[in-house]
Design a protein around this ligand. Structure first.
Ligand SMILES: NC(=O)c1ccc[n+]([C@@H]2O[C@H](COP(=O)([O-])OP(=O)(O)OC[C@H]3O[C@@H](n4cnc5c(N)ncnc54)[C@H](O)[C@@H]3O)[C@@H](O)[C@H]2O)c1
Length: 265
């Protein structure tokens, strides 16, 4: 008879090592804080050294490792994972949140803008996830969460380079889920909608905000913590049967079509 292991619904990360790229700011920082509060050992990797120091100082009671990295550089990505493994002895979780955005029309996007978004948002995801997975296969355990976007699933004005890169992240994540499954590694993607972070402060004009909110059934932008919590779930041991998934964190944006704003001004 099979013995049934009791299922513990409490999220616990004691003994787990998590690497968060883009951890100096926004969604990445919120993930780092939540995972550290749940007991994980934390490594934050970012190209913003000052932001990283500031972020690390806010993770009270933990001693996070901070790593300077340009995720668009494959050597940096490999070295980043080596540093985590040397420091903590292993790597269990990668949350890949480093990324940049741009709002530029398809007709106006320059080759340089296109290349920068592909280099950082798409190639950066490949370099970091591959480096992490090459270590994780040795331990037959891993959780990888890549930050995509609703722009990777739906069209929209000004999202030619960004949407193409984020759509690529979804395709890459699905291939990773299939190829890494034999090694006990799950790979999932988040597709946040509009989340109040520095990136959105830079990208969204007042006009963009007005138009965007009109398409969000919950009629508001999301918070970094609401987004981070979904990454924490996917990074948990308990989410071991969820892989190759794209989770919208978008106030219903992906579900919506034409909407009347009944009962709302
Ligand atoms: N905020 C949103 O509404 C939203 C929506 C959809 C997707 N996303 C995605 O979520 C992720 C996090 O976004 P955020 O809103 O927290 O942005 P953010 O700007 O607050 O944080 C991104 C972090 O990535 C770092 N970074 C950028 N380029 C890097 C590079 N080449 N190497 C290393 N670090 C680099 C930045 O220094 C910054 O700390 C991004 O991939 C973004 O595309 C955000």
């Amino acid at each position: 008879m099979n013995s049934i292991k009791p299922f513990d619904p409490q999220l616990k990360f004691e003994g787990r090592v998590a690497l968060i790229t883009g951890g100096a700011s926004g969604i990445g920082f919120a993930v780092a804080r939540q995972l550290s509060e749940l007991g994980a050992s934390i490594a934050i990797a970012d190209r913003n050294a000052d932001g990283m120091e500031h972020a690390a100082a806010q993770l009270e009671g933990t001693d996070p490792l901070t790593i300077d990295v340009d995720v668009a550089n494959p050597h940096d990505a490999a070295e980043m994972v080596s540093k985590v493994v040397v420091h903590f002895g292993k790597l269990d979780v990668l949350i890949h949140s480093a990324g940049v955005g741009i709002e530029r029309g398809f007709l106006e996007t320059t080759p340089e803008e296109w290349q920068r978004l592909i280099d950082i948002d798409l190639s950066g995801t490949f370099y970091c996830a591959q480096a992490a997975a090459r270590h994780m296969v040795e331990n037959s355990y891993g959780r990888i969460v890549n930050l995509s976007s609703t722009a990777g699933l739906r069209g929209g004005t000004g999202r030619a380079a960004y949407g193409a890169a984020k759509g690529g992240v979804i395709a890459l994540t699905r291939v990773m889920a299939v190829e890494l499954a034999p090694f006990g590694i799950t790979a999932n993607a988040l597709a946040p909608g509009a989340i109040e972070t520095e990136l959105v402060a830079r990208m969204h004009s007042e006009e963009t905000r007005r138009v965007y909110r009109a398409g969000i059934p919950l009629d508001r932008y999301g918070t970094p913590d609401e987004t981070a919590f979904t990454a924490v779930f996917l990074a948990s041991e308990q989410a071991g049967y969820v892989t190759g998934h794209v989770l919208g964190v978008d106030g219903g944006f992906l579900a919506a079509g034409v909407m009347h704003r009944q009962g709302r001004s």
